[in-house]
Each structure stands twice: as C-alpha cells, then as structure tokens.
Design a protein around this ligand. Structure first.
Ligand SMILES: Nc1ncnc2c1ncn2[C@@H]1O[C@H](COP(=O)(O)OP(=O)(O)OP(=O)(O)O)[C@@H](O)[C@H]1O
Ligand SMILES: [Mg+2]
Length: 251
C-alpha cells in the first residue's frame, strides 16, 4: 500500500497530543563529486510523518537509502533540500552546533556494532552521553545505573564490555542510548549481530520502551523483526516504495 496522503496535518497547538516526532517534507539528500556534480541521489524527495510513540521499521534493498534517512532523522547530517521537523521544530537548517545539541538531547542511537568503549566499565559507558551534557558525576552515575537496571544488567556495573555476551553488550548500548531521555530511539540493524533468541530479548526491550511511549525507528533487513513493529516503510532507490501499518497498529 503506497501512502496516499503525504501531507498529514499536525494536531492543533492547543491539543494535548504530542506533535509528530518527525515530519519530512520533500526531503532530498544528494552526495556530490569533488567537482560539485551529483554523484548519488540517495533520497529523492521523501514525504513522511512519524507520529509520537510510533514503532516504525525502515526496510529496503542495500543502497536504497535507509542509512542516509536514519542519518537525517538522527540529525547526524543535513538534507540537501526539503524540511525536517523534529518534535515540531525545524532542524533542517540548523548549524553544526545547534544540530549536535538537538541530537544529544532528543535522539538515542543503537547500531549493529555495539560501539562500546572497551577501556571503560559498562556504567562508565552509559554515563558518556551525560558527560557531554556536563552533568555532575553523582547524577550521571545514578541515571546510568537506573538505565542498566532497566535492561537487566544491574549486577554487571563494573564489568568491561569484553566480559559480556553480544546480547548483553547491546543492552548496554540501549541503556546508553536512553540515558539522556531522548524523544526517538534510532536503531540501525540492532539485532544484526545477534542470534535469534538473543535478538528477540532485545526486541522485547523495544516492546517495553514502545509501551512506555518512546518513538522507535528501526532499520532492519529481517521481515520477522519488522513485523514486530507497527509500521513498515519500504525504500527503493531513494523513494518511498510502500508504507503500511502492521499488527496491532495502535500508536
Ligand atoms: N558518503 C557517501 N558518499 C557518496 N555516496 C554515498 C555515501 N553514503 C551513501 N552513499 C550512496 O547513497 C545510496 C544510499 O546509501 P545508504 O547507505 O543510505 O543505503 P542503505 O539502504 O543503508 O544500504 P545498506 O542496506 O547496504 O546499509 C547508495 O547508492 C550509496 O552508495
Ligand atoms: Mg545502511
């Protein structure tokens, strides 16, 4: 089913509803050659609205633009053209400092590779984003411990990443991504390096976070993983190929 209404209207300002987490209008991303000519049109004018609290999968063939889209949504990069409203705020034209501030306060990332710092204990790893926010040490520690408790690792605080299993390391990465209380959790193939049972345990955590109201956007190649989401957005060559609600689609 192709989306028939790209211009979904945001709720009125006096509503109690949260604004859509992400509104993309005509979003384009081109990569350029050194001479300034276009090398790749990675996103060709996407219109997409992701309501607050939605659990959305992004799928598509290799090279279809999934990571490029995640980089835009995650404020890691700016679009070549078009608009991106994050939580109702236009972030498409922000300078680097403002963009990285938006990223640090609004967005949590989980990747296929866990990207933990091997020299730090797991509680120190989870504290890192708060360190960049300049929080006092005691508060950093308390918030990191609370998030590690949430993912079931309270008894491993002083371990280092290489003393944990892959699934445990991914749980540390999830705790780290959430320690700043972001509006969106962006996950790029979060179960890609895990066996099915371990991956399912990670997806159980995502289910719980979704139930608590977090917006989750996840890139996956695995249809079984995507079916656990509420919505599947399919990209093809930088365009929206299909957009369908699946399963229990209550937002
Ligand atoms: N930094 C870059 N410079 C030039 N071209 C790029 C760059 N990053 C991505 N591309 C191109 O943009 C297109 C989309 O790439 P993207 O990484 O978004 O795909 P993807 O859907 O994430 O693929 P995969 O499933 O393999 O991760 C591809 O043609 C890719 O070669
Ligand atoms: Mg990719």
């Amino acid at each position: 089913m192709t989306s028939s209404s790209p211009n979904i209207v945001a709720p009125p300002l006096d509503s109690d509803e949260r604004p859509p987490t992400a509104i993309l209008r005509g979003l384009k991303k081109h990569y350029f050659k050194p001479d300034g000519s276009i090398l790749v049109e990675a996103l060709r004018g996407l219109d997409l609205v992701i309501p607050a609290g939605q659990y959305c999968a992004i799928m598509g063939a290799s090279g279809s633009g999934k990571s490029t889209l995640m980089n835009m949504l995650g404020c890691l990069d700016r679009p070549t053209a078009g608009q991106y409203l994050l939580d109702g705020i236009d972030v498409s034209g922000l300078d680097d400092t403002a963009l990285s501030r938006a990223r640090g306060s609004r967005i949590g990332f989980v990747f296929q590779a866990f990207n933990l710092i091997s020299e730090l204990t797991i509680v120190e790893n989870v504290e890192v984003p708060l360190f960049y926010q300049g929080l006092p040490r005691a508060e950093r520690h308390d918030r990191a411990v609370a998030r590690l408790e949430m993912v079931g690792l309270a008894d491993r605080l002083s371990h280092r990443p290489n003393e944990l299993s892959g699934g445990q390391q991914q749980r540390v990465a999830i705790a780290r991504s959430l320690v700043t209380n972001p509006a969106i959790l962006m996950a790029d193939e979060p179960t890609g390096n895990l066996d099915t049972a371990t991956g399912d345990a990670i997806l159980d955590i995502f289910d719980q976070l979704h139930a608590e109201g977090l917006t989750i956007i996840m890139v996956t190649h695995d249809p079984k993983v995507a079916e656990r989401c509420q919505r599947i957005v399919m990209l093809e060559d930088g365009n929206l190929a299909s957009d369908e609600l699946v399963g229990d689609a209550t937002p």
